[in-house]
Design a binder for this molecule. Structure first.
Ligand SMILES: NC(=O)c1ccc[n+]([C@@H]2O[C@H](COP(=O)([O-])OP(=O)(O)OC[C@H]3O[C@@H](n4cnc5c(N)ncnc54)[C@H](OP(=O)(O)O)[C@@H]3O)[C@@H](O)[C@H]2O)c1
Length: 365
C-alpha cells in the first residue's frame, strides 16, 4: 500500500508529458496512476505509444511501460483512476476540456496556455506568486467546482528571466521597462514540431503567439490578489522578440532592464549578483521536493550560460544568469542573459513544483 496521491498525465505521450512521466518516477508524494493522450494512442501500451519518439535520456520508467494509455477526452476514466492531473495537451478546445475535468472533481495542474487568462485561474511561478493560489476558493464558487480546480504555469520562455527580475524588484529595484530577445529551443515546439530542414542552420523569428505571451503574462504573475481578483501589475512595459533556434533543449533570453529611479552610475553589479545568489522564496522555505536550493545561479564566465552546459543545474530547476553589465541605452539600467530548461523548469518540473506547493498548502486533499 502507498500513501502517495494518484496522479494522471494528460498528453503523457508528448514532449512535456514524457518529462512528467520520467520525473514522477520515485516522487515521494505523487504516484503515476493514469496516462491519457489522443484517440490514436488510446488503448496502446505506453511503451508502444511512444515507440520511436521517447526522447528523455533516462529509460521509460518500468511502471509506465505497461500502463494502457487512455483517451484524454474520456474524463470518466480519469475520475476512476486519479485525483489530480498534469495537463500537457496540444489540441483544440483545451480550455473547455480542462474545465470539464475540474467540474468532475479532478484538480488540473496545467502547462497549456488555454486557461492562463481565465480571470480566477492563478498563473504560478511558486518563487514569485505562491499567494495567488488563494484565489482557488473563488474559482470554485464562480464555476460551481466542488473538489476540482485549475492552476496553470506560464509560457516556458519567461522562466529564464522573470525570477531574476522579480528578485531585484523584491529588493527595491523599480523596474519600469524590459526589452527581451528570446532564443527558444526546438523541443519547445513539441514533437515532431518543426522540421529539421526548416531549422538546421537557421533561425525562425517572430514566433506566433510567443511575443504576446512574453509581453502580457509577467503582468498577471507580478500582479496582486485583491478583493478576490488578481490585479495585473501595471508599472512595467515589456517588448519581446521571440526566436526559434537550432538548440535541442533550453531557452535563452537576452534582457535589458530600465529602472525608474536608480541611477546606473550608482548601480553596483556585485550587489545585484548577491541578490540573485541569495534569493530564496516559499518553495525553498517549505523545502518542497522539486524546489532548487539555489533558484538563481550567477555564472562569472563571460561565455556562459550555454544551453549545452548549463540547463541541468539543480536538476534542471535553476535559472542560470550571466553577462551582467550596466545598460548604456537606458539612463538607469542593466543587461544580462538568462537560461532555463524549457521542459523541466519551463514545463514538467515547474508543474510538479506547483503541485507540491498545492499539497503543502492543503489544496490536494
Ligand atoms: N514543449 C515545451 O517546451 C512546452 C513548455 C511549456 C508548455 N508547453 C505546453 O505543453 C503542452 C504540450 O506540449 P508538447 O510540446 O508536449 O506537445 P506535443 O509533443 O505535441 O504533445 C502533445 C500531446 O497532446 C496529445 N494530443 C494531441 N491531440 C490530442 C487530442 N485530440 N486529444 C487528446 N490528446 C491529444 C498528444 O497525444 P498523441 O501522442 O496521442 O498524439 C500528445 O500527448 C502544449 O499546450 C504546450 O503549449 C510546452
Amino acid at each position: 500500500m502507498t500513501n502517495k496521491i494518484p496522479v494522471g498525465v494528460l498528453g503523457g505521450t508528448g514532449t512535456v508529458g514524457q518529462m512528467y512521466i520520467s520525473r514522477l518516477e520515485n516522487h515521494p508524494d505523487f504516484e503515476l496512476s493514469y496516462i491519457a493522450a489522443s484517440p490514436s494512442s488510446a488503448g496502446k501500451k505506453y511503451s508502444d505509444a511512444v515507440h520511436g519518439r521517447w526522447r528523455i535520456k533516462e529509460d521509460i520508467p518500468s511502471k509506465a511501460k505497461n500502463m494502457i494509455v487512455s483517451d484524454a477526452n474520456d474524463i470518466k476514466s480519469a475520475v476512476n483512476n486519479c485525483s489530480f492531473v498534469f495537463s500537457a495537451l496540444e489540441m483544440g478546445l483545451i480550455k473547455q476540456l480542462e474545465e470539464n475535468y475540474a467540474k468532475e472533481g479532478i484538480i488540473v495542474v496545467s502547462n497549456c496556455s488555454a486557461n492562463r487568462w481565465t480571470e480566477d485561474v492563478p498563473m504560478l511561478i511558486p518563487e514569485i506568486n505562491p499567494g495567488h493560489i488563494d484565489i482557488i476558493n473563488n474559482q470554485r464558487e464562480n464555476h460551481g467546482f466542488n473538489k476540482g480546480f485549475i492552476v496553470v504555469k506560464p509560457n516556458c520562455s519567461l522562466q529564464s528571466y522573470l525570477t531574476p527580475i522579480y528578485a531585484l524588484m523584491k529588493e527595491g529595484y523599480d523596474v519600469s521597462k524590459i526589452i527581451v530577445t528570446t532564443m527558444q529551443a526546438t523541443s519547445g515546439a513539441g514533437y515532431p514540431g518543426i522540421s529539421s530542414l526548416d531549422l538546421i542552420g537557421n533561425i525562425i523569428p517572430n514566433l506566433s503567439g510567443e511575443q504576446e505571451k512574453a509581453e502580457k503574462e509577467p503582468l498577471k504573475i507580478l500582479g496582486e490578489l485583491k478583493n478576490k481578483k488578481i490585479i495585473n501589475y501595471d508599472k512595467i512595459k515589456i517588448s519581446a522578440h521571440c526566436n526559434r533556434v537550432p538548440v535541442i533543449d533550453g531557452h535563452t533570453a537576452c534582457v535589458s532592464l530600465e529602472f525608474s529611479s536608480i541611477p546606473s552610475k550608482s548601480i553596483n553589479l556585485e550587489d545585484i549578483i548577491n541578490i540573485w545568489e541569495n534569493f530564496r522564496s516559499v518553495p525553498q522555505d517549505l523545502e518542497l521536493y522539486s524546489a532548487p536550493k539555489r533558484p538563481i545561479i550567477y555564472t562569472n564566465e563571460s561565455d556562459r550560460p550555454q544551453p549545452v552546459r548549463d540547463i541541468y543545474h539543480e536538476n534542471g530547476m535553476a535559472v542560470v544568469v550571466g553577462g551582467l553589465e550596466k545598460e548604456n541605452i537606458f539612463s538607469y539600467g542593466i543587461k544580462f542573459n538568462g537560461l532555463s530548461h524549457n521542459l523541466i523548469r519551463g514545463a514538467a518540473g515547474g508543474g510538479i513544483l506547483n503541485a507540491e506547493l498545492l499539497k503543502a498548502k492543503g489544496y490536494l486533499g
